[in-house]
Design a protein around this ligand. Structure first.
Ligand code: N01
Length: 857
């Protein structure tokens, strides 16, 4: 029997719980907030260690739901201290009368879904049971301290402190010998202040961290002025930004600019201080090379600050890219090691063997202390959620469901747990963002969901497996185009022994994430099963199936409002394509590039461009045909892709031109394709190739020419080909497949553009000719081994798939690679679409495989 029944129970009275309570009251639903502490503030209640501060400028670490807050509260510093932020939480709670809705010193122990009653039963450590329709975990991302995984951690008999559970009355270290274990944000903020008091301070460091100076001081004047002038616009900008703080991302690539320019940019950012360093260059978080450039510039600063070279070297992070573990923001951290009573123990050189009653033993020495401070971090993002014994539908426990890592839809809900919401849960931007902005967004969204259920008379809401599964895929796709997954960070769950290793937050950005959440609502709560006494509704589906970088490029192109190619003349379209190509990244360096000519089928000269690997030749040879719908492009137009293919395959790539339509219509191009094959085969040796080791490749219309040429070569008895690599080939000009319907618009190659290409190239009556539609050839047997790549969002997807199937059925060796989340053009966008790189590696591997197989035959 419940002690109380309410509409909503919220666990936690940090900023999330406070703002949610406010919104619930506005909605007029009965709500109780249950909080373990004896006051509001959440993380800012518990983390009272010396030096605890915000490291997002506090002007931005601010709730924005009420314009009155902009004037009624003023921050005293750029990065406010913990006491000031706690006062801010108390100010919010007081201003909106929230204290009366919170039960303090009340810990939730258990929450169980009662499917018959359609209610949660929530049990507290006070022995009370509350039933509610909606149960919200507003428990924060970094609220459960990790139990130190150090032998003897509970043996020390002197003073023991955890940064995350600091005594309210403070600690006086005067005259004491103090040990600090850990060098994360909490340690790096507290070490200079502990050093200022202690007689001796020894820091035990397992992994050095990057720290950027805070240059704390008065709040940023320019930001204050912008907020004073137009707070609404400023806050709106934050909501659509990448990290929840307004600002234009840089366009400077560390790899593309000169050494002097890099240094100048770095010095400018160092002088600014703080986490803006993450945006020093636009490729810091996606390119090893760019990241290492920045790492070395930061290491130079560490070496220049710390007097003792050995200590300086120990403090230089070398085991993870900058930003992949949360960078720290400090005041005098590195300089503290120059004080005579401060010492760094590098645990990589001499690990801790045990903590004793009186101190700490390492493999090198025994040290005695009066106090030990554990700054050893948190069971982040999931610890607080699975810390409550939560049981959903059919007796499923959240702990079991998440045994292999958390699964959520949007980081806010999870399958099997109706009406359970998580504020800034795993799979949402959360810890990679300004938490104030992310908290408000989640609270507003959850409020919308609760209002929807109430207003429409629904009882429950729960995500579908399909939606949740795809969200997990998308979260991983986003992480995988960055360097984040390479680090052993708490973002990956790697700091807690036994915790499943997966990237926990959503790295796609605060703005894009907000738009996704809004779109889910606009699409009728896409991916949610909503039910009530009168039935059920479910618009099941997936959100964001495009690879994130592909989506970004498409979005960028959409904002340019470019005219459709099919609205242009062929000449105009060619100029337009050439101008676009001039702006793309150049692709990797190859050993050598040689331009030349060969005779077309009609004897006229056609250009080729040869890409030679840097390794010693001779090499196998690939004749390559460019894309462009038989109308656009030339031997140079796929330059970055050809370079990439050359490097990955270690083969000579010869991009051979062919005559284009409408000037030379079908079948000129395919005859030129055959002419190119014959000429290269005859001249292999002088081109630096190995005679007889010849493959053909192409993209789109070029892949159509390659496929046809392979058939013609078979019929002509030569040249012998060891393989064919067909990237998104045209194989059937019937243009009637389902993929034309699914992907006919919006993915660069549209159905209308394909029709424009076809109309320029070939008469309707000829389109079923196997020289135009190789899929329709009567005999598909006896062809060279094929690797065919199709893309999910390509009108040509189905005909590529059909060709792979038909070749296999005809007894040929075929590998079909289906590129999830990609478009017709995205795999060729070298150094622009990072998610295409693994597929390009597969293409390189396929070419190598053709040649290796030939050698072993
Ligand atoms: O925790 P951490 P934190 N033996 O996990 C070490 C936020 N925050 O409390 O890296 C020896 O970063 C561990 O070493 P290693 C912020 O998001 C914000 O400092 O695992 N050492 C590491 O050095 C931050 O990222 C602010 O090898 C051991 C340290 O302990 C997050 O909270 C301020 C060990 C733990 O660092 C967590 O920061 C503070 C062992 N067995 C925190 N186990 C703001 O400014 C762990 N360590 C807003």
């Amino acid at each position: 029997m419940a002690d109380q029944d309410v509409d909503v129970v919220i666990v936690g009275a940090g900023f999330s719980g406070l703002y949610l309570l406010h919104r619930m009251r506005e909605l007029g639903v009965s709500t109780r907030v249950l909080e373990a502490a004896d006051d509001v503030g959440g993380t800012w209640y518990w983390n009272r260690y010396p030096g605890a501060r915000c490291d997002i400028p506090t002007t931005d670490y601010t709730l924005s739901f009420d314009p009155a807050l902009e004037t009624e509260w003023t921050w005293s510093e750029k990065y406010a201290t913990q006491p000031e932020i706690l006062r801010y939480a108390q100010f919010i709670a007081t201003k909106y009368g929230l204290y009366s809705g919170i039960d303090f010193v009340t810990r939730v122990e258990q929450a169980t879904w009662d499917d018959a009653a359609k209610r949660w039963q929530v049990r507290t450590d006070r022995g009370e049971t509350i039933t509610c329709k909606t149960y919200v975990m507003a428990t924060g991302c970094l609220s459960v301290p990790k139990v130190p995984d150090i032998e003897g951690h509970d043996r020390f008999r002197g003073e023991v402190y955890f940064t995350s559970r600091w005594p309210h009355e403070g600690v006086d270290f005067t005259g004491k010998r103090v040990a600090v274990i850990g060098t994360g944000s909490s340690a790096i903020q507290s070490i200079p202040l502990i050093a200022a008091q202690a007689a001796q301070l020894t820091v035990f460091q397992r992994t050095p961290n990057f720290s950027i100076p805070a240059y704390n001081g008065p709040a940023h004047e320019e930001r204050l002025a912008r907020i004073a002038e137009d707070a609404a616009t400023y806050r709106a900008e934050a909501k659509l930004s990448g990290g929840g703080v307004p600002g234009e991302p840089t366009t400077l690539s560390a790899r593309a600019i000169s050494e002097d320019e890099r240094r100048a940019r770095f010095e400018e950012m160092w002088a600014k201080g703080g986490l803006d360093m993450l945006g020093c260059f636009n490729d810091v978080l996606v390119s090893d090379e760019a990241n290492e450039i920045l790492c070395e510039l930061i290491r130079e600063k560490i070496r220049a600050t710390v007097n003792d070279p050995e200590t300086a070297e120990s403090l230089c992070p070398k085991d993870h890219p900058f930003g992949t573990k949360r960078p720290c923001v400090d005041t005098n951290y590195y300089a503290t090691y120059n004080l005579p009573h401060v010492r760094l123990v590098d645990l990589r050189k001499s690990p801790i063997t045990t903590i004793t009653e009186t101190g700490i033993d390492t493999t090198a020495e025994s040290l005695e202390f009066d106090a030990v401070v554990f700054a050893t971090g948190f069971d982040a993002m999931t610890g607080a959620i699975v810390g409550v014994d939560i049981t959903g539908r059919e007796g499923r426990t959240l702990k079991d469901e998440w045994a292999h890592g958390p699964t959520t839809y949007l980081g806010v809900t999870t399958v099997g747990f109706p009406n359970l919401f998580m504020i800034t849960g795993p799979g949402s931007p959360s810890v990679l963002s300004n938490m104030a902005v992310s908290i408000e967004q989640h609270v507003d969204w959850v409020t919308g969901a609760i209002a929807h259920l109430r207003d429409q008379g629904w009882a429950t809401m729960e995500p579908t497996e399909t939606a949740q599964q795809q969200w997990g895929v998308h979260v991983n796709d986003c992480a995988n185009i960055t360097l984040y997954p390479v680090a052993n960070s708490w973002y990956m769950g790697a700091n807690v022994p036994g915790k499943p290793r997966m990237f926990l937050p959503y790295v796609g950005g605060v703005g894009p994430y907000r738009l996704i959440c809004d779109e889910v609502v606009e699409k009728g709560w896409l991916g949610f099963r909503i039910s009530g006494p009168n039935g059920e509704t479910c618009n099941d589906g997936k959100i964001r199936e495009l690879m994130p970088d592909v989506g970004m490029v498409l979005q960028m192109m959409a904002t340019l409002e470019l005219p459709p190619i099919e609205s242009m003349s062929a000449d105009h379209a060619r100029e337009f394509m050439a101008a676009s190509s001039a702006m793309r990244p150049t692709g990797p360096a190859v050993g050598e590039i040689v331009d030349g000519t060969f005779p077309a089928a009609d004897g006229s000269p056609l250009a080729y461009r040869l890409y030679r690997p840097a390794s010693e030749g001779p090499h196998p040879v690939v004749v390559y045909f460019h894309g462009g719908g038989w109308v656009l492009g030339d031997h140079e137009s796929d330059d970055p892709f050809c370079r990439d293919l050359c490097v990955r395959s270690n083969a000579v790539i010869i991009s051979c031109n062919y005559r284009h339509a409408p000037e030379a219509r079908f079948p000129a191009a395919v005859h030129d394709g055959m002419a190119a094959l014959g000429w290269v085969a005859d001249h292999a040796e002088e081109l630096g190739g190995i005679p007889g080791r010849l493959a053909v490749a192409g993209w789109s219309a070029g892949a159509n020419i390659a496929a046809v040429a392979a058939q013609l070569a078979r019929d002509a008895g030569g040249p012998a080909l060891v393989g064919q690599l067909l990237l998104t080939p045209v194989t059937d000009l019937g243009m009637g497949t389902q993929s034309y319907v699914d992907n006919g618009e919006g993915y660069v190659l549209t159905a209308a553009l394909m029709r424009w290409f076809a109309d320029h190239y070939i008469d309707e009556a000829d389109r079923a000719d196997p020289l135009a539609s190789p899929l329709l050839a009567d005999d598909l047997s006896g062809l060279p081994p094929a690797t065919i790549i199709t893309c999910q969002f390509d009108p040509l997807r189905d005909e590529g798939t059909a060709y792979a199937r038909a070749l296999a059925e005809a007894g040929n060796e075929v590998r079909h690679i289906s590129a999830r989340g990609h478009t017709h053009t995205s795999l060729t966008m070298v150094d622009m679409i990072i998610s295409g790189a693994p597929h390009r590696e597969q293409m390189g591997e396929a070419l190598r495989g053709f040649f290796d197989a030939m050698v072993s035959r």
